[in-house]
Design a protein around this ligand. Structure first.
Ligand code: MN
Length: 155
């Protein structure tokens, strides 16, 4: 299933990250978005959107853009369970993604457009507000996307 890769990478007797087992059959549909600042081997930000009952996830090596005019590489990583949207804490030394995770921004989003290589959302965060594009950036590799804020239209 969708969370197989997520679970295979982690040892839930050691990490306090959610296993995702609480998902159950009662799939509550929501539209969470969350960005977690992750001080792992390399500092990065994990951008996640609730889609298809999981958190679709991208790792961003630099702080995500709060305004238009900045494009960030966003590398798609394994789907995460919905409960991960509330996760903050320390992933122990020796475990996958070891380091500190804090929530950098969180809110809901409106899906405006979604195709295989393009996602347009309206983010209702504290730091990320407004329309954002995720566009596949195949030249740089299969899992690579670009994340950027759409320019506000001129009146
Ligand atoms: Mn991460």
């Amino acid at each position: 299933m969708s969370l197989k890769e997520y679970r295979e990478k982690r040892n839930f007797t050691k990490t306090s990250e959610p296993s995702g087992k609480d998902l159950g059959g009662d799939k509550k549909r929501g539209n969470i978005f969350v960005v977690q600042e992750h001080h792992a081997t390399h500092l990065h930000w994990d951008f996640r959107l609730e889609m298809d009952g999981v958190l679709k996830s991208w790792a961003i090596p630099k702080e995500p853009p709060k305004v238009s005019g900045i494009k960030r590489l966003a590398v798609q990583v394994e789907d995460h369970p919905l409960e991960y949207a509330n996760f903050e804490g320390e992933i122990p030394e020796g475990e996958y993604g070891a380091g500190t995770v804090t929530i950098w921004d969180k809110g809901t989003y409106d899906l405006m457009e979604r195709t295989d290589d393009k996602i347009l959302v309206y983010l209702h965060g504290k730091k990320m507000k407004g329309e954002y594009y995720l566009l596949k950036f195949k030249k740089a590799g299969e899992k690579n996307w670009l994340l950027f804020a759409k320019k506000a239209s001129k009146k």
